[in-house]
Design a protein around this ligand. Structure first.
Ligand code: ADP
Length: 354
C-alpha cells in the first residue's frame, strides 16, 4: 500500500494549459474519486500518476518517493480502463495471469495467484472460457482481475464502468467497494458519474477546468458544498437554486415576500445578491420549518418517490415527496423546509456563505 502526494502539478500541451497547479494528498488505503465534466483534466491527472503522461511542472510522490521520472512499470501501480482489451485467444485464466507469465513468475505461484484473484472476483467458474464467451460485466471483472493479481501498491481506474448498462454498473460498483474493503489498496478513480463518486469515495475531488474545486468526504460535498458548481454537481434531482436578496431579518427569495431566517446570515449586508440552495429531498409537506407556498406544475411518480416540479412566486422548485403524497398538476401545495439545511451562495463569487 502507498500514499500519493501531488504538489503544484501542472500540464500544458504547447500553449494550452490543461492543469493549473493541482495539490492533492492521498493517504494510504484511501479511495479518492476524481469527478467532473468531460474535459476538466481528470484523465490527464490520473495518467500523470500512472506515468503515462509527462508532468509540465510540479511533483508527484508515491510512498514518499518522487516518481516524476520513473517509468510506469516501476511505479507498482495497476490501471483499469473503460475499454478492457482482453486477449481474445487466451482463456480467462491466462488473461489474468498474463502479466505474471511475462515476468517469468513460476507456474505454481501464478496458478495460485490467479485462483485467489478469481475467487475474490467470483469468476472461478469462468477460468477456462475465452473473453468472447463472457458478458460485459464478466469481462470487466477479468480486466480488474488482471490488475488485482499483481497485488499493486496503487489502483488507478479510468471510467471503468462506462461501457456497462445501468444495472451492471450498479452491481460492479458494489463489487468494487467490496474489493476495496477487502484489499484496502489505495485507489484513484476517475468518473463523471456523481453517484459513483458519492458511493465509492472516501474523499471526492470535484474538478473544474483543470483545478480541484473541492476535496472532501462525500458527506461534506453533499451537505456543505463550498461553491455553486459543487452544489449542482452532486445530487439528483439537482439542488434547487433560487435567486434571493439579503434584507431585514434574513434572506428574501426574489419574487416572494418570504423572509428566510438562514442561520448565520441575519446580518448579511442588505441588497446583497444571493443564491439560495435547497435540495429537493429537504422539502416536505410536514408543515415543519419554513412554509413555502407553491403551485404544482408536474408530478412524476418514480416508484418510491413523487417528484414535484412547482412554482414559488416567479421561480421554479423541485421537491421529492413520498410516493403517498396526494399532489397533482395545478394543486396549491403547502411545502415546507428546514432552513438549517439551506445553502447560501454569493451570486457573484459563487462561494458558500453559511
Ligand atoms: P477528462 O478526463 O476530464 O474528460 P482529459 O484529462 O482527458 O479530461 O482532458 C483534459 C483536456 O486536455 C481536454 O480539453 C483535452 O482536449 C485536452 N487534451 C488531452 N490530451 C491532449 C493532447 N494529447 N493534446 C492536446 N490536448 C489534450
Amino acid at each position: 500500500m502507498a500514499s500519493i502526494d501531488i504538489t503544484d502539478v501542472r500540464k500544458a500541451y504547447g500553449s494550452t494549459k490543461i492543469l493549473h497547479g493541482v495539490d492533492l494528498t492521498i493517504k494510504d488505503g484511501e479511495f479518492v474519486v476524481l469527478v467532473g465534466p468531460s474535459g476538466c483534466g481528470k484523465s490527464t491527472l490520473l495518467r500523470m500518476i500512472a506515468g503515462l503522461e509527462d508532468i509540465s511542472s510540479g511533483e508527484i510522490r508515491i510512498g514518499g518517493k518522487v516518481v516524476n521520472d520513473l517509468d510506469p512499470k516501476d511505479r507498482d501501480i495497476a490501471m483499469v480502463f473503460q475499454s478492457y482489451a482482453l486477449y481474445p485467444n487466451l482463456t480467462v485464466h491466462r488473461n489474468i495471469g498474463f502479466g505474471l507469465e511475462m515476468r517469468k513468475v513460476d507456474k505454481a505461484t501464478r496458478d495460485r495467484a490467479v485462483h485467489e484473484t478469481a475467487k475474490l472476483l467470483q469468476i472461478e467458474n469462468l477460468l477456462e472460457r475465452k473473453p468472447g464467451q463472457l458478458s460485459g460485466g464478466q469481462r470487466q471483472r477479468v480486466a480488474i482481475g488482471r490488475a488485482l493479481v499483481r497485488n499493486p501498491k496503487i489502483f488507478l481506474f479510468d471510467e471503468p464502468l462506462s461501457n456497462l448498462d445501468a444495472k451492471l454498473r450498479m452491481e460492479m460498483r458494489t463489487e468494487l467497494k467490496r474489493l476495496h474493503q477487502l484489499t484496502k489498496t489505495t485507489v484513484v478513480y476517475v468518473t463523471h458519474d456523481q453517484i459513483e463518486a458519492m458511493t465509492l469515495a472516501t474523499r471526492i475531488a470535484v474538478m473544474r477546468n483543470g483545478r480541484i474545486e473541492q476535496l472532501d468526504t462525500p458527506e461534506t460535498i453533499y451537505n456543505r458544498p463550498a461553491t455553486l458548481y459543487v452544489a449542482t454537481f452532486v445530487g439528483a434531482p439537482p439542488m434547487n437554486l433560487l435567486s434571493a436578496t439579503a434584507g431585514e431579518g434574513g434572506v428574501r427569495i426574489d419574487g416572494t415576500d418570504i423572509p428566510v431566517p438562514v442561520p448565520g446570515l441575519e446580518n448579511a449586508p442588505p441588497g446583497r445578491r444571493l443564491v439560495l440552495g435547497i435540495r429537493p429531498e429537504a422539502i416536505g409537506t410536514s408543515g415543519q420549518g419554513l412554509p413555502l407556498a407553491a403551485r404544482c406544475e408536474v408530478a412524476e411518480l418514480t416508484g418510491p418517490e413523487l417528484v414535484v416540479t412547482a412554482t414559488i412566486g416567479s421561480q421554479r422548485l423541485v421537491a421529492t415527496l413520498p410516493a403517498s403524497a396526494k399532489v397533482q398538476a395545478g394543486d396549491e401545495i403547502a411545502l415546507s423546509a428546514d432552513p438549517t439545511l439551506f445553502h447560501v451562495f454569493d451570486a457573484e463569487t459563487e462561494q458558500r456563505l453559511n
